[in-house]
Design a protein around this ligand. Structure first.
Ligand code: IMP
Ligand code: MG
Length: 178
């Protein structure tokens, strides 16, 4: 699988140390609050699992699934809820956990959808952001790393469902998806 990568951007060690740093900030900011961590399936599963291990305050874990690229590398711009939350979020402090914010379309929609359900607060933690591609402005309260406008895979992030299981993150060779 390593041969399919054009470049490794972040090693396993670099990712974990960033994730710990993010979890520390979250733990102190949400002290005394009713924290619900909402992982966005499936891309953020690996990140969400690591993140919650280092959150030192009580929290509840839930997941949502939304439609994204399918097998293509271009976002459709249409967001569809495939799996909704299991719990009532009224009065809770939600932290949406994303793998990568690209155009911002998915999060803009999710934020609007979740705020309408009377959560006390809704914030975003994203491991990666691709600022060059942003179409909808979204505030990322906890951010891991900036990435260039390339196709990124690894550590949960896929191309056609593959590469989720690599512990590092990198740029996929163009010949794989073109
Ligand atoms: P957005 O709605 O355009 O911000 O797209 C967000 C979603 O698209 C992310 O949660 C990913 O699932 C997917 N995505 C965006 N960029 C990439 C990439 O470089 N590689 C793999 N998936 C990506
Ligand atoms: Mg995603």
């Amino acid at each position: 699988m390593r041969d399919d990568f054009k470049e490794i951007l972040f090693t396993e060690e670099e990712i974990l140390s960033k994730v710990k740093e993010m979890a520390e900030k979250i733990s102190s900011d949400y002290k005394g609050k009713d924290l619900v961590v909402v992982g966005v399936l499936k891309g953020s599963v690996v990140f969400t699992s690591d993140l919650i291990k280092y959150i030192t305050i009580p929290c509840v874990l839930d997941f949502m699934a939304v439609s994204s690229y399918g097998a293509s590398t271009e976002s459709s711009g249409i967001v569809k809820i495939i799996k909704d939350l299991d719990y009532d979020i009224e009065g809770k402090d939600l932290l949406i956990v994303e793998d990568i914010v690209d155009t911002g379309t998915t999060l803009k929609y999710l934020l609007k959808y979740l705020k309408a359900r009377k959560a006390n607060s809704v914030a975003i933690a994203s491991l990666l952001t691709k600022p060059a591609r942003r179409k909808s402005a979204v505030e990322i309260k906890y951010l891991g790393f900036n990435v260039p406008d390339e196709f990124i895979v690894g550590y949960g992030i896929d191309y056609a469902e593959k590469y989720r299981n690599t512990p590092y993150i990198g740029i996929l060779k163009e010949e794989i998806y073109k």
